[in-house]
Design a protein around this ligand. Structure first.
Ligand code: NAP
Length: 465
């Protein structure tokens, strides 16, 4: 038998998850022209592109244009997409070992982290991840509802997800109509009474997790002014010296933008975005009906911890902000995969440069990870390109060294027959193309870039499945 990776005996790779890390795995494999590879990509949703479809903000259409490159990869003859097929439900790891030499998980980080303060379970308290998935039309979240009848909302955390949530809450219906936001979210947000949005950071401007273009955009909103309390926007002389010495352009720019925000006067726009620093929530306060009516915060001071990082420490100064909605936006975590090692503390799969390892660091042959399930939720979409490149290099190295599964039936037809037997309503890439066309056509009819299907049955109907 010809060696694995040759034309007559191609390397067979299964990718679980069709987000950016999954597609960058494909494009990185395509760069290894000497390796003949057959790639099957699985996703539990009928639609590909993961967080680009379900996470990237709908008003950031430019960021979504990366799917054009993914589409190019998907059109290669050695690539197949199996949507509506869930790992752990329709397919197990032992199934995959029968048909593939290597399996790579690019499943991202799907659930939110909690705050651990009293009142977190009150009505009106939500995770930002749920809200994001809801307004992006993710079918698992389409039935959620958010009561937007209050005047004020608080977002805890100051990463880019928090900024996305703030921006979507503050945009006008006209601005939102120009996006591919889910139509039910467009309707709900158009009726929204939310006028004040607070974004609460536990540390200072020099430690903010958002990036400069994202926070700058908050100063350019059509219907909302921006304000930052001057005492919270200013950084002390020692921190300023550190920022300058560190030569981190993002931090320096963030600090500059925030200082400029703090000098702004209100210009009479109907809504207000208030960015707060050095505050932590200590309680969500409910009304008699168990609904959030306020958030109690404590003022923090910063100190340098033993590991050298700057940490917040509560003072005895408290404040209560009346709000009817709270979104916690303090990061995502990955979800454990059946029969794959998982580190609960990190919320990701233990690995060495993308090779899955046990908790004690031994490499598990044939299993790989890329993207957020590998490194945790950090970076921008493009970060997954180099991340996947590192993992694919390991996969190719392992191929050369003969380290891979020995599948009994390493053929396209056998794998497809298995998928068909487990999930007859799987969605191929051509089927997705039909869904895509139908969404674009609906969008065109309504003068919007796209109107998304938000129910799996509607997606399958559009694909004739
Ligand atoms: P993130 O960038 O890690 O930010 C998490 C925020 O939560 C930080 O401000 C963090 O503060 C805060 N936090 C954590 N625990 C907290 C607690 N107990 N109390 C108060 N605050 C707490 O996470 P993310 O916003 O979810 O974003 C995930 C990744 O996606 C990031 O890499 C982000 O840049 C990326 N993303 C990019 C874009 C874009 O490029 N436009 C859009 C969306 C998301 P500390 O720093 O003090 O821990």
């Amino acid at each position: 038998m010809a060696e694995v990776g040759s034309e007559s005996n191609p390397l067979r790779v299964a990718i679980i998850g069709s987000g950016p890390a999954g597609f960058y795995t494909v494009s990185n494999f395509l760069k290894h022209a000497d390796v003949h590879v057959e790639i099957d990509m699985f996703d539990r949703l009928p639609t590909p592109f993961g967080l680009v479809r379900g996470g990237v903000a709908p008003d950031h259409q430019k960021d979504k244009s990366v799917t054009r490159a993914y589409d190019k990869s998907a059109r290669q003859p050695n690539f197949r997409f199996y949507g509506n097929v869930e790992f752990g439900k329709h397919l197990t790891l032992s199934d995959l070992k029968r048909h593939y030499h290597q399996v790579i998980f690019t499943t991202g980080a799907q659930v939110d982290r909690s705050l651990g303060v009293p009142g977190e379970d009150l009505e009106g308290s939500h995770s930002a991840t749920d809200f994001v998935a809801w307004y992006n039309g993710h079918p698992d979240f389409a039935d959620l509802s958010f009561d937007l009848s209050c005047e004020s909302a608080a977002i805890v955390g100051i990463g880019n997800v928090a900024v996305d949530v703030a921006r979507i809450l503050l945009k006008t219906p006209e601005e939102l109509r120009e996006t591919d936001i889910a139509d039910y979210a467009l309707a709900a947000l158009s009726r929204s009474k939310v006028r004040n949005v607070y974004m609460l950071g536990r540390r200072g401007p020099a430690q903010a997790a958002f990036t400069p273009p994202e926070i700058k955009e908050m100063g350019e909103l059509e219907a909302a002014d921006v304000t930052v309390p001057a005492d919270e926007a200013s950084i002390d002389a020692a921190t300023r010296a550190e920022v300058e010495a560190a030569d981190d352009k993002n931090v320096a720019k963030n600090v500059q933008i925030i200082e400029a925000f703090s000098r702004r006067q209100r210009s009479g726009k109907p809504k207000l975005f208030t960015l707060r620093f050095l505050v932590s929530p200590t309680e969500l306060i409910g009304d008699d009906n168990g609904k959030v009516k306020a958030i109690r915060i404590v003022k923090n001071e910063l100190y340098r911890s033993e590991d050298g990082s700057i940490r917040p420490r509560a003072t005895d100064q408290e404040e209560i902000i009346p709000v009817g909605l709270v979104f916690r936006s303090v990061g995502y975590r990955g979800v454990a995969l059946a029969d794959v090692p998982f580190n609960e503390k990190w919320g990701s799969v233990p690995n060495d440069k993308g090779r899955v390892t046990t908790e004690s660091g031994e490499v598990v042959e044939g299993l790989y990870v890329a993207g957020w399930i590998k490194r945790g939720p950090s970076g921008v979409i493009g970060t997954n390109k180099t991340d996947a490149q590192e993992t694919v290099a390991c996969m190719v190295e392992d191929l050369r060294a003969g380290r891979y599964f020995s599948p009994d039936e390493p053929s396209v037809a056998a794998a497809q027959a298995l998928v068909e037997s487990r999930q007859p309503r799987f969605v191929s890439y051509d089927d997705w193309t039909a869904i895509d066309k139908a969404e674009l056509a609906k969008g065109e009819a309504e003068g919007r870039p796209r109107v998304k299907f938000t129910r799996i049955e509607d997606m399958l109907a559009a694909a004739n499945r």
